[in-house]
Ligand binder design. Structure first.
Ligand code: IPM
Ligand code: MG
Length: 364
């Protein structure tokens, strides 16, 4: 089969990890007889340098004409001046909003051979297999008012946490649908003891639960959740939460897997269900890591696993997705490690070599 994909390498280590992910994608193409038509475009800092905009209209249009988007990372010190008119991160937020990607899936799986690569006790993290469903186009990131201004008594600033019941309903539904395909347990994370937006969130979650009697719904306050995640991560199956809470909790949860370099993500414009293909954008959660750029050292696995998610959710290629995941596990099983997951007695490899090894396991 023939597929059109938009590829946005972005800044920092983005281009390096994307190169390895494309290598693996092409191996999948050869092995399974698929053709991937890849269209490259600028976003983030590189786009600001080229066009003055973090998300040029042409890049957005190109993405809209494709079946899915593969993104590296955006940002870097060159564009960090808080007084600047435009920041690379604006490009990412504009992609999320412009492509209506309201559901951000961030799976955290502790692979058995990496359980002792984390800062936490191996016996605590072993067996962790959870997935975050983070709301991605609302809340503090997008709701208005959102501004800074001057008053006679000094400067002030505001961001707004607003949610409509429709926004809550569709994201909670994603949580329930995913839970149905897994261990049938959904934790809805909020701050309903303080926030009105969270009280509405909780009410809507309870209403949506009526349609999913086979899934157990539980509510957890975000602060308690932050604690429980490192105290007893195997407790969780699917977690659903609003944008900012999800941003913070998923960085925390990435430490369970040993490194941010291991965690893929999918941002979807619909509810994932079997036999449906949803438009989505796929990216590692680790960001642009500018200090490590150009050194052939970062871990490309998060981006390679993001390709697996792309194949599964946007192209309906579950077997191909599984093949990539299996190839990653085999290479780790054989003892190859990038610096971030390196351990005694293992073989240290660079970004390119890791990509080559995984592509070779995929075959093709
Ligand atoms: C993430 C990142 C982004 C976010 C930044 C880069 C804007 O931290 O994807 O988690 O806050 O959503
Ligand atoms: Mg984040």
């Amino acid at each position: 089969m023939q597929f059109n994909l938009a590829v946005l390498p972005g800044d920092g280590v983005g281009p390096e990890v994307i190169a390895e992910a494309v290598k693996v994608l092409q191996a999948v193409g050869r092995r399974f007889g698929h053709g991937f038509d890849l269209r490259y475009g600028p976003v983030g800092g590189v786009a600001i340098d080229q066009t003055g905009e973090a998300l040029p209209g042409d890049t957005l249009k190109m993405c809209q004409g494709c079946q899915a988007v593969l993104l590296g990372a955006v940002g870097g010190p060159k564009w960090d001046d808080p007084a600047a008119k435009v920041h690379p991160e604006d490009g990412l937020l504009a992609l999320r909003k412009g492509l209506a990607l309201f559901a951000n899936l961030r799976p955290v799986r502790v692979l058995p051979m990496l359980a002792d690569s984390t800062n936490l006790k191996p016996e605590v993290v072993r067996g962790t297999d959870l997935i975050f469903v983070r709301e991605l186009t609302g809340g503090l990131y997008f709701a208005r008012p959102k501004r800074q201004w001057r008053t006679s008594r000094g400067r002030r600033a505001t961001d707004t946490m607003t949610y409509s019941e429709q926004e809550i309903e569709r994201i909670v539904r994603v949580g329930f649908e995913l839970a149905r395909t897994r261990r049938k347990k959904l934790t809805s994370v909020d701050k309903a003891n303080v926030l009105q937006s969270s009280r509405l969130w909780r009410q809507v979650a309870i209403e949506v639960a009526q349609g999913y009697p086979d899934v157990e719904l539980e509510h957890m306050l975000v602060d308690a959740c932050a604690m429980r995640l490192i105290q007893n991560p195997t407790y969780f199956d699917v977690l659903v939460t609003e944008n900012m809470f999800g941003d913070i909790l998923t960085d925390e949860a990435s430490m369970l897997a040993g490194s941010m370099g291991m965690l893929p993500s999918a941002s979807l414009s619909g509810v994932p269900q079997e036999d449906t293909r949803i438009f989505g954008m796929y990216e590692p959660i680790h960001g642009s890591a500018p200090r490590r750029a150009g050194m052939d050292m970062v871990n490309p696995i998060a981006t390679i696993l993001s390709v697996a998610m792309l194949l599964r959710y946007s192209l309906g290629l579950a077997t191909e997705a599984r093949t990539i995941e299996h190839a990653v596990e085999q290479v780790l099983e054989e003892g190859c490690r990038t610096y971030d997951i390196m351990n005694e007695g293992k073989t240290k490899v660079g970004t390119k070599q890791m990509g080559d090894l995984i592509a070779a396991k995929v075959g093709g």
